[in-house]
Write a protein that binds this ligand. Structure first.
Ligand SMILES: Cc1ncc(COP(=O)(O)O)c(C=O)c1O
Length: 343
């Protein structure tokens, strides 16, 4: 069965062009610095986000953790939002890999208050860990895009206290599409950035960590410690180049489809949804108990060729992607109405 897969944008498969480019990719041993396709990808990616250098890494989690590992020493402290991906969904890796302490602060739909960030920067005291890094996330995994003003304010606090800012930009290009700006307008407010080539951009594997030359040189060695020194990785970079050059333009369509999906859902009585929160390709909503048991939907949808995740914290999340078209969304809505009517 050809499923409509709304679980995440991580489920995207590579396009025909990517498969062809991967087949033909010129490769070498990247640990020796010999892979021309990786070299091309890393310089293209660095230029795209206006950083001096970049590094190919196997995943977004790898890129974030490598950033912490490179910016920080063991026992340092990292300030970040309580609901960001690094805190919520990276398996406690900062304690294991970089050996740092996280200092999560309250977030308002993903946005952290610059004054609260500044308050938590440690002074000199025998009892205190050293604040080594501030992390922000844009677009946020709650589907919201953080304002450039907020990013600027936080970056300026970092500058004032000589503390670098890392941006988890797994969906950086979704944020840029939403804000209608070049990605460099976002990345100018960070010292390092991780962004994914997979997810909405459809590459099968890979993310990029970008920053200063010195930072990336250090990160390259630490990547080796983490087992991320890949050999003929040009096969993956070939798809990554298409992701960055060609696929970014389709993200707006994913966003429009998500909004359309949200609008259709909002017309169903008993479904609670805030359309203003649909900034990118993610639609969060819940249902009144009398309407339907959300846990049961996973199975019912599956029988009809639709994959969704079960509810998390009482909410369902549907995510659009390149392979999901308007007619698929119409089918999802029609199927949902049928399920609700025959309950
Ligand atoms: C905001 C954010 N950061 C990092 C990641 C991690 O990416 P990966 O799944 O490639 O490790 C994700 C994954 O969905 C994410 O949403």
């Amino acid at each position: 069965m050809n499923f409509i897969d709304l679980r995440s944008d991580t489920v995207t498969k590579p396009t025909e062009e990517m498969r062809k480019a991967m087949y033909k990719a010129e490769v070498g041993d990247d640990v020796y610095g010999d892979d021309p396709t990786i070299t091309e990808l890393e310089s293209y990616a660095a230029e795209l986000v206006h950083k001096e250098a970049s590094l190919f890494v196997p995943s977004g989690t790898f890129g974030n953790q490598l950033s912490l590992f490179t910016h920080c020493n063991r026992g340092n402290e990292v300030i970040l939002g309580e609901d960001c991906h690094i805190v919520m969904h990276e398996v406690g890796a900062p304690a294991i890999i970089a050996g740092v302490q996280l200092r999560p602060i309250k977030s308002n739909k993903g946005e952290i208050n610059p004054f609260e960030v500044e308050k938590r920067i440690r002074g000199v005291d025998i009892h205190f860990p050293e604040t080594a890094l501030i992390c922000v996330e844009n677009a946020h995994s709650n589907g919201k895009v953080i304002s450039l003003e907020n990013m600027k304010d936080i970056y300026e606090i970092g500058l004032k206290h000589n503390i670098p800012v890392h941006l988890d930009g797994a969906r950086l290009f979704n944020a840029a599409a939403y804000l209608n700006v070049h990605p460099k307008e976002i990345t100018k407010y960070c010292d390092s950035v991780m962004f994914c080539l997979s997810k909405g951009l459809c590459a099968p594997v890979g993310s990029i960590l970008a920053g200063s030359k010195d930072f990336i040189q250090k990160a390259r060695k630490k990547r080796k410690i983490m087992g991320g020194g890949l050999r003929q990785a040009g096969i993956l970079a070939a798809a990554g180049l298409i992701a960055l050059k060609d696929m970014r333009k389709y993200l707006k369509e994913d966003h429009e489809n998500a909004l359309y999906l949200g609008e259709q859902l909002s017309k169903i009585p008993g479904i609670n949804i805030n359309l203003d929160d649909i900034n990118i390709n993610m639609v969060f909503f819940n249902m009144n108990d009398e309407l339907y048991n959300m846990d049961k939907l996973v199975e019912e949808f599956y029988k009809k060729g639709i994959k969704i995740n079960g509810p998390e914290n009482g909410e369902l999340r549907f995510v659009t992607n390149y392979w999901i078209k308007r007619e698929d969304i119409d089918y999802v809505i029609k199927t949902l109405k049928e399920i609700l009517n025959r309950k």
